[in-house]
Design a protein around this ligand. Structure first.
Ligand code: C2O
Ligand code: CU
Length: 485
């Protein structure tokens, strides 16, 4: 694929010890504003939602799930007025974008929550292009339907493609199996009632929420959205996973995927059949429309049954009927993208350790685990906690860093389930064998003693949330604050 010219120029900043640290696009990268102001009005509100032939009451943005697309260009001034029509307080977080701390939307940490009837203006200069999300960061609200796509186009598009589709994956229970609050309560009951909504999942206990539906762009498999293409076109898919408790495996029947971006950041194009996408992660892929037919765009929840799907329909094959909703494209079991396959496409990269490069100024060694019994993360709720170094947020010490430092985070997962760990306010570089790993903001740490590490430059002062993006884990304490001294 002719993807030339995508590399971003950039000069590193020379730091003590003659080390060149990457100048990562972010709130303080000094990129020139475009001068344009883009205004959006977002209502957080109760709404009726049709899912699997039922009408349920839930919460979402501007009357729909997912919320309306917010699309801007890097350098724009984004002004997003959020009006809260919910019966409880809320915030909105621009997931993945390194904005200034006060605009990050974490209740009690970066702003007071927006009360019912209140409003808040999120305003910032959009620091970098890519595929992002906006979503509620209050309690379990994300698992209602309070999320939407936030797409930032580059000033000049280096990729060459004919069409683009935005794909949001979700797991759905609200209004069908009670509410997220019910699920959380049941999860934190020592012995969840057998046959209740908490499935055994792969853990053989009640640590996973059981979802009756998996959705693509708010639609169940029986009523899929259709993406039209023509033979010979090159199609860009922007895939995001804002689901609250689900790791998806994603593939498109009959097509290979060329991954071009991970968490909005450009990578050397790599071709695969399928990719795993944890909560909070995003991938951009290109596919060549070559095989006329009606194909499934499928996302299979890992460790559970069921499927989310949309359809890829060629104009040339209007007569073909879609595959049945319970059929799975074989590409789901094909060649899978691994982090080690992803190579950063920037000039900037963290130096490999060595006598010349030195090493990070600070290493944070973090252990992810599940604490049985005792008090849950919220203190007032009895039950189990998901911990970082044995502590549950908010009763947890902040992780301290200093401005300008090269910080390394090393993670070990003592629990059996993968945790998608998300850092606010910064991109980090995933440490992969041989170096040059992708810049991301969310990283899956595999279960059963899985290990992962990343490096970031502490270049965006503030108090930043770092947490597991599975809403129920976050709410049970798997979170810390990264605080600049
Ligand atoms: Cu997508 Cu802290 O969140
Ligand atoms: Cu987790």
């Amino acid at each position: 694929l002719g993807l030339g010219g995508i590399a971003l120029g950039g000069c590193g900043s020379l730091l003590p010890g003659n080390r060149e640290l990457p100048r990562i696009p972010g709130a303080n990268s000094g990129d020139a504003p475009s001068g344009a102001v883009k205004e959006f009005e977002i209502f957080s509100e109760p709404l009726e939602f049709e899912v699997g032939g039922r009408r349920v009451s839930t919460w979402g943005y501007n009357g729909r799930v997912p919320g309306p697309e917010i699309r801007v260009t890097e350098g724009d001034r984004l002004r997003m007025r959020v009006r809260n029509r919910l019966p409880e307080s809320t915030t909105v977080h621009p997931h993945g974008l390194p904005v200034e701390n006060a605009m990050d939307g974490v209740p009690h940490l970066t702003q007071p929550p927006i009360p019912p009837g209140g409003d808040f203006l999120y305003e910032f200069t959009v620091p970098t292009s890519g595929t992002y999300l906006y979503h509620s960061h209050a309690g379990l609200q994300l698992d209602r339907g309070l999320y939407g796509p936030l797409i930032v186009e580059p000033k000049r598009e280096p990729l060459d493609y004919d069409r683009e589709y935005v794909i949001l994956l979700d797991d759905w229970l609200d209004g069908v199996n009670g509410t997220p609050e019910d699920a959380f309560r049941e999860m934190n009951t020592e012995a969840g009632p057998p046959g209740g909504m908490m499935g055994g999942g792969m853990m053989g206990d009640s640590s996973m929420v059981e979802y009756p539906f998996y959705l693509i762009n708010g639609r169940p498999p029986e009523d899929p959205e259709t993406f039209e293409v023509r033979r010979g076109e090159r199609v860009r898919l922007r895939i995001s996973n804002p689901a609250s408790d689900t790791l998806f495996r994603f593939a498109v029947g009959g097509h290979r995927l060329t991954v071009t971006h991970a968490d909005g950041q450009p990578v050397e194009p790599v071709e695969v059949d399928a990719l795993r996408i944890g909560s909070g992660e995003r991938y951009d892929v290109l596919l060549e429309a070559g095989e006329p037919g009606v194909w499934q765009v499928a996302a299979a929840p890992e460790g559970r049954s069921g499927l989310a799907r949309a359809l890829l329909r060629y104009r040339e094959s209007a007569a073909t009927s879609p595959p049945p909703p319970n059929s799975r494209p074989e590409e789901l079991n094909g060649e899978l993208l691994l982090y080690g396959d992803l190579h950063n496409l920037r000039e900037e990269t963290f130096p490999q350790d060595g006598p010349l490069a030195g090493g990070p100024d600070r290493t944070l060694d973090l252990t992810l685990a599940r604490q049985m019994g005792g008090m849950g993360g919220m203190g007032r709720r009895p039950g189990r906690g998901w911990t970082i170094n044995g502590q549950t947020y908010p009763d947890a010490e902040p992780l301290e860093v200093e401005k300008g430092e090269w910080v390394r985070v090393e993670l070990t997962n003592h629990s059996p389930v993968p945790h998608p760990m998300h850092l606010h306010g910064h991109f980090f570089q995933v440490r992969t064998e041989g170096g040059g790993g992708p810049f991301k903001d969310t990283l899956l740490v595999e279960g059963h003693m899985g290990r992962a590490a990343f490096d970031f430059v502490a270049d965006n002062p503030g108090k930043w949330f770092f947490h597991c993006h599975l809403t129920y884990h976050m709410e049970s304490g798997m979170a810390r604050v990264v605080r600049y001294r």
